[in-house]
Design a protein around this ligand. Structure first.
Ligand SMILES: Nc1ncnc2c1ncn2[C@@H]1O[C@H](COP(=O)(O)OP(=O)(O)O)[C@@H](O)[C@H]1O
Ligand SMILES: [Mg+2]
Length: 194
């Protein structure tokens, strides 16, 4: 592998996907921009509660985008299912004492069926007639490969809150701790090339 160019933040590489340092706020804004056209004309309010400053996180740009896209997508789908009530998506980021970065997505949708909440991240679990049930499973796989955690809890008075916690990674650290991919063994890994 050639050395990274001067000034580049490239620091580690898995197959052809390059691990870099990212600001979660910037990732969020990049992804939300791509939803502008889709949400035009819909009565869905987007609230941003972004931390003023966040330590960087290390990982794959495309995979982080995929996590945020899947969560926003699933939040929008939940909001489209309710009529005549406040339809709001709130994106929050928070610095947890410089040690980790929290990304939360809260929606005012119907919330997660309590009978399903412990299986919501399982692959092929879907309540949608045309759902495949892979979005959240992929999110969990990506977050855990980046040594993070993803969870969901009920919002009040209704809706749900997805929470992603990623370890902060100092730009001065010479060793990054992104988990290496295992050999493909499940359909998800094969499809996504993890
Ligand atoms: N924001 C949400 N509010 C309520 N239920 C949700 C939300 N996000 C996901 N779910 C539930 O989790 C299931 C799995 O979601 P996902 O893995 O994205 O697969 P799919 O979108 O194909 O159904 C959904 O079918 C839905 O029942
Ligand atoms: Mg989905």
């Amino acid at each position: 592998m050639p050395p990274p160019p001067p000034g580049s933040s490239t620091c580690w590489s898995v197959r052809d996907a390059t691990v870099r340092w990212h600001g979660v706020n910037e990732l969020v804004l990049e992804v939300l921009r791509t939803f502008h056209a889709e949400l035009a004309g819909e009565e869905i309010a987007m609230r941003l509660e972004l931390a003023r400053q966040l330590p960087p996180v290390a990982g794959h740009n495309g995979q982080f985008h995929e996590v945020i896209i899947n969560l926003v997508d699933t939040g929008i789908a939940a909001l489209r299912a309710i009529k005549g009530e406040r339809r709001e998506l709130t994106v929050r980021t928070e610095d947890q004492k410089g040690r980790s970065v929290i990304f939360e997505l809260e929606d005012t949708g119907p919330g997660i069926d309590p009978n399903r909440s412990d299986r919501i991240f399982d692959a092929f679990t879907s309540t949608k007639p045309d759902g495949i049930g892979l979005g959240l499973a992929i999110c969990q796989r990506i977050v855990e490969r980046h040594n993070g955690q993803i969870s969901v809890s009920p919002a009040h008075p209704h809706g749900c809150i997805f929470r992603v916690v990623l370890p902060a990674s100092s730009r001065s650290s010479s060793v990054l701790t992104v988990a290496k991919p295992r050999r493909a063994s499940t359909p998800i890994e094969e499809q996504k090339g993890y």
